[in-house]
Design a protein around this ligand. Sequence first.
Ligand code: T4K
Length: 378
Amino acid sequence: MTKIEPFSERIYVTRPVFPTIEEVTEKLRDIWAAKWITNNGPQHTMLERELEKFLKVPCLSLFNNGTIALMVACQSLRLSGDVITTPFTFAATPHVLSWNNITPIFCDVDDETMNIDANKIESMITPSTTAILAVHVFGTPCDVEKIQEVANRYGLKVIYDAAHAFGVEIDGQGIGNFGDCSMFSFHATKLYHTVEGGALVQKSKIVKDRIDLLKNFGIKNEEEVVMPGINGKLDEIRAAIGRIMLGYVEGERLKRINLHKIYNEEFAEVEGIRVMPTCAENIKLNYQYYVVRIDEKIFGRSRDYVYDELKNYNVYARKYFHPLCSEFTCYRQLNSANPNNLPVANVIGQQVLSLPMYGDLTEDDVRKICAIIKSFGR
Ligand code: T4K
């Protein structure tokens, strides 16, 4: 077998999409001319309307990041007590609950989608439960129908952490239309970004008004502060960048679809490497991440071996999401964090590896990454 040379430069798990300097400069000139740089300026207002259209959602409020947006979602829905969530997510998801004095209750995940297992939620509900906080992990939609059905039966609110799900649709409906509220992250590492940023999406103008108060210190006007709010505002420069980036999303998505296909092709015959789930035809995905699961018993090498060895070839994959949130020192004492309660999540946490995925990767890059990984198998 011919020796595979390492990449000459580091290949990261992702790379932000950059607009041209000229496009940004043009927008900066508008902002300088308007002399309005934050606090609900024209770029902000225009971006909210443009995103509502793009995401096919009725009401959207911009935020300075997805985490603060999710914090405000809990406040706007007046959540308390316990909220059922997934351990297989980024740290922000349960942390937001803790910052609201809410106890996260970890529910196991589905082996195929890696999302919260909707069939196990009911058994976790107690009189203290006020909501379900589900995550469309890696952009694969949760079982929204089943989750809503359980929530309705017990009078629970449903919040979706849609940080990964920008542009995802079910039956032509924007993913943000499900549940009481959805959060999107516009962090630089996402398919669509505003450098840092995020949004809350929900159905009612009245709730939007409350959210907009909460993200601006609760200030109604110069004389009245009506609730204990926070500073969740997105500034004009980032809003302007967000407006430019809307023009890049579909092109980036198409490039990623092609790269997904190549990864899938390359791994099709490899035993012990499981690729991402395929979704039903009524679901439009965004192809933001490419994630595999490595079964050590079949592949002959562990996920950690592959992760470490890839670095020798200058490939920096990521173990999204390991450790599980239920393994964090701040949560592992919770009853629901016991691994016996989370058998599927614990296996996935040991197997999962996010491989490089961004539009500037070439087809050859992807084929070479696959060849390197395949060369590790025994
Ligand atoms: N809920 C979920 C399910 C989430 O995944 C997230 C965020 C949130 C909530 C919270 O939303 P935000 O408050 O962030 O809006 C990254 C992102 O920072 C984070 O937004 C994201 N999830 C998470 C999954 O990934 P890290 O700590 O892995 O990022 P970092 O800095 O290691 O970047 C990853 C790779 O990207 C680097 O290895 C290289 C590349 N990179 C990164 C940056 C920032 C670049 O090439 N250039 C860059 O400027 O968290």
